[in-house]
Design a protein. Structure first.
Length: 131
């Protein structure tokens, strides 16, 4: 390489602008926890009387925004669609739980939330015994 070209490169590097845009890479999100979900009522496992309509209430909270809450029922032929939260930081909801024809069964209701980042929260559960 000719000496003039090398000196030209050295001068360009020395005189070049002081502020340069640096490549930056997006880091992993700091929030790695999913929504915190709480069932209330009932505040604990409980016994119900067959035929009574029972309401299970819940709340799911996440500072990153709750995307949806999933509900699973074991012990009864019941299913519920996911609760869409649309990014709200708190979503409160209730589901009706029919007990007619379920005498002698124990039903387990489980719920968990997913935030907008995709983090899955812990599953909370209540066991409901129907007499």
């Amino acid at each position: 390489m000719p000496a003039k070209a090398i000196w030209g490169i050295v001068i360009a590097l020395l005189v070049g602008c002081e502020e340069r845009q640096r490549l930056t890479f997006e880091s992993d999100p700091e929030d790695r926890l999913g929504p915190s979900t709480r069932i209330d009522p009932p505040s604990r496992d409980t016994t119900l009387t067959e035929g009574d309509l029972f309401v299970v209430g819940a709340r799911s909270v996440d500072a990153s925004g709750v995307d949806s809450v999933f509900i699973e029922v074991d012990g009864a032929d019941l299913s519920y669609l996911p609760i869409e939260a649309n990014g709200a930081d708190t979503v409160s909801f209730a589901i009706n739980l029919p007990t007619l024809g379920l005498s002698g069964r124990t039903i387990t209701v489980e719920m968990f939330g997913v935030d907008l980042i995709g983090n899955i929260g812990l599953t909370v559960a209540r066991r409901l015994t129907i007499e």
